[in-house]
Design a binder for this molecule. Structure first.
Ligand SMILES: NC(=O)c1ccc[n+]([C@@H]2O[C@H](COP(=O)([O-])OP(=O)(O)OC[C@H]3O[C@@H](n4cnc5c(N)ncnc54)[C@H](OP(=O)(O)O)[C@@H]3O)[C@@H](O)[C@H]2O)c1
Length: 293
């Protein structure tokens, strides 16, 4: 029986986080544009995540146009020791459901300041460049993050939706603590990035870990293994990610307390070598896939 390996990851070398994290994107309103319709329910879901032992929560300045960060601050302050809230900047939101890369250095600086205010923090533990903006020289974007770090406003720097080549280019300017890319059982287009991150002790934060719910839904390709293990299909998808590499931190998103409990419990599931082989065989690279967020 294969075990999922270490239960924590040393983010940036000095922040130990549980590898089963929480993505807060779902705690917003329609189109990810504003606050959630049921604010009290969203607040209690965020609190439940921490009560269940989650110590890594992912948000962004653009989630709910800032309201997601405000909600996390309201729910979780005073922040418990060891809780890492990772945020991002670098995507503008002209309309609901629209995301446009914005990487001007002055804009990234402004957004870091606004995230500090909304999260009510003196320093952001992990500040991620949401997208490398193709309209702005990449070195300028990395430089802005390096400056924020030198000034003590952010502790560690992460990148999102990047190739190995882009991570290597960034590492010429800054220390990269994490990469956040799409990755799940049936979408392995970032296999090479996972390998690279594991080799260099960079956290690989897997977004869409249950394929926006598809891997947990009826007809999931992992339904038979879920039945064998007497767990849910979504739990199998998360357990596979934890077995895939000790660098992987899945950040499943949910607004449902029941799903949250189920997702966190997936960190205790061991998969047999045979089950792992069957799950590995489900992978596809989805070269032509588009993921809008
Ligand atoms: N860096 C980027 O560009 C980027 C892009 C997208 C997302 N992200 C991050 O990744 C996180 C996760 O992404 P995501 O929320 O879009 O995708 P996801 O985690 O793959 O899937 C979330 C969907 O699955 C459902 N779900 C969650 N747990 C379930 C369970 N146990 N059983 C059945 N259904 C379940 C949720 O619905 P319910 O609410 O009903 O549970 C929701 O519809 C986000 O919160 C965000 O932090 C980052």
């Amino acid at each position: 029986m294969a075990q999922p390996g270490r239960t924590t990851f040393p983010l940036g070398g000095d922040l130990s986080v549980h590898r089963l994290g929480f993505g807060a994107l779902r705690l917003t309103g329609p189109g990810y544009w504003g606050p959630p319709e049921d604010r009290e329910a969203a607040i209690s879901t965020a609190r439940l995540a921490v009560d269940l032992g989650v110590s890594f929560i992912d948000t962004a300045d653009s989630y709910g146009l800032g309201s997601n960060e405000e909600l996390l601050a309201e729910a979780l302050r005073p922040y418990p020791d060891g809780l890492v809230i990772a945020t991002k900047a670098g995507q503008c939101r002209p309309r609901p459901d629209q995301w446009v890369p914005c990487g001007r250095p002055e804009y990234l600086r402004q957004q870091a300041e606004l995230s500090l205010r909304r999260l009510r923090l003196d320093r952001i533990d992990l500040f991620q460049l949401h997208r490398i903006d193709p309209k702005v020289p990449a070195a300028e974007q990395f430089g802005a993050l390096g400056e924020l770090q030198d000034e003590g406003k952010i502790r560690h720097i992460g990148l999102s939706k990047v190739t190995v080549r882009e991570v290597e280019a960034a590492r010429e300017h800054i220390t990269v603590a994490s990469v956040q890319n799409v990755y799940n059982l049936t979408d392995r287009r970032n296999d090479e990035v996972v390998e690279y991150c594991e080799k260099h002790e960079i956290a690989f934060i897997a977004w869409l870990p249950i394929a926006r719910g598809a891997l947990a839904a009826g007809g999931s390709p992992v339904a038979d293994i879920a039945t064998e293990l007497e767990v849910s299909a979504g739990q199998v998808a998360l357990a596979w990610l934890l077995h895939r590499s000790p660098a992987v931190i899945p950040i499943p998103g949910t607004s449902s307390p029941a799903h949250l409990r189920e997702n966190v419990a997936a960190s205790g599931i061991a998969l047999s070598d045979g089950q792992l082989a069957r799950l590995n065989a489900l992978g596809r690279t989805h070269d032509d896939a588009t993921v809008p967020v």
